[in-house]
Ligand binder design. Structure first.
Ligand SMILES: [Zn+2]
Length: 220
């Protein structure tokens, strides 16, 4: 005779459980979406900081060596690193600057699959996340772009590790850079500032204002 009541209780408990599960799913959905965005933003910010430190290290190098020239502009014969740059040997270029760079860790964007290394002796091309503009110069309005995320595409595509930008070269960040929904890449200038640029014309604009035709972009 008690069986119908037991059935009712069992049905009631199941309903409560179902509601609890639904509530947990709602809470998780609310929590997970913003945290995904935050992760993307933190990657973008960490990359921004890397580029800032990198550009400032090269400016410090120029000051330390009593030059108005960046290391990429001066021959290795006078303590610079130009030959490494023109041979697209960025790893050797950074090793030559290891006294000014705080750590080899800043050469790796957090979006890079390769984990960063602290040790310049262990530095491999896979660690290098940033391009270098061989024609960047201090104290000029032209050629102000110094470094940027290597995940940049050139249209028409350039050949080899050094791409000469022409006035009609279109530029865009690769899909999924830093965050799978965003296409924002970072660019460091010779004054030590870093800009986050989108594919909506900004990345092209930044090179145009720095006299695009004179920029040779060295890719790792
Ligand atoms: Zn990056």
């Amino acid at each position: 005779m008690k069986r119908p009541l037991e059935n009712c209780q069992r049905a009631g408990l199941t309903l409560v459980e179902l509601l609890l599960v639904l509530a947990v799913i709602c809470v998780l959905c609310a929590l997970l979406y913003p945290s995904g965005r935050c992760k993307g933003n933190s990657v973008q910010v960490a990359c921004h900081n890397n580029l800032k430190q990198l550009a400032l290290s090269e400016i410090v190098w120029a000051n330390d060596h009593g030059h108005d020239s960046l290391p990429a502009q001066l021959s290795t014969n006078v303590g610079g690193a130009r030959e490494f740059v023109l041979a697209a040997q960025l790893k050797e270029y950074y090793k030559a600057l290891s006294n000014e760079l705080a750590s080899a860790r800043i050469l790796t964007c957090p979006s890079n699959r390769q984990s960063p290394t602290d040790d310049f002796a262990n530095l491999k091309t896979n660690h290098l996340s940033y391009f270098l503009n061989a024609d960047a110069a201090l104290g000029t309005n032209d050629n102000k772009v110094l470094h940027g995320d290597r995940q940049i595409e050139f249209m028409p595509p350039g050949r080899g590790a050094i791409v000469r930008l022409e006035p009609d070269t279109a530029l865009r960040w690769r899909k999924g850079i830093h965050h799978k929904q965003d296409e924002f890449g970072n660019v460091a200038s010779t004054d030590g500032s870093v800009q986050s640029t989108s594919n909506g014309g900004e990345v092209r604009e930044i090179f145009q204002t720095s006299n695009q035709a004179k920029n040779r972009i060295v890719l790792p």
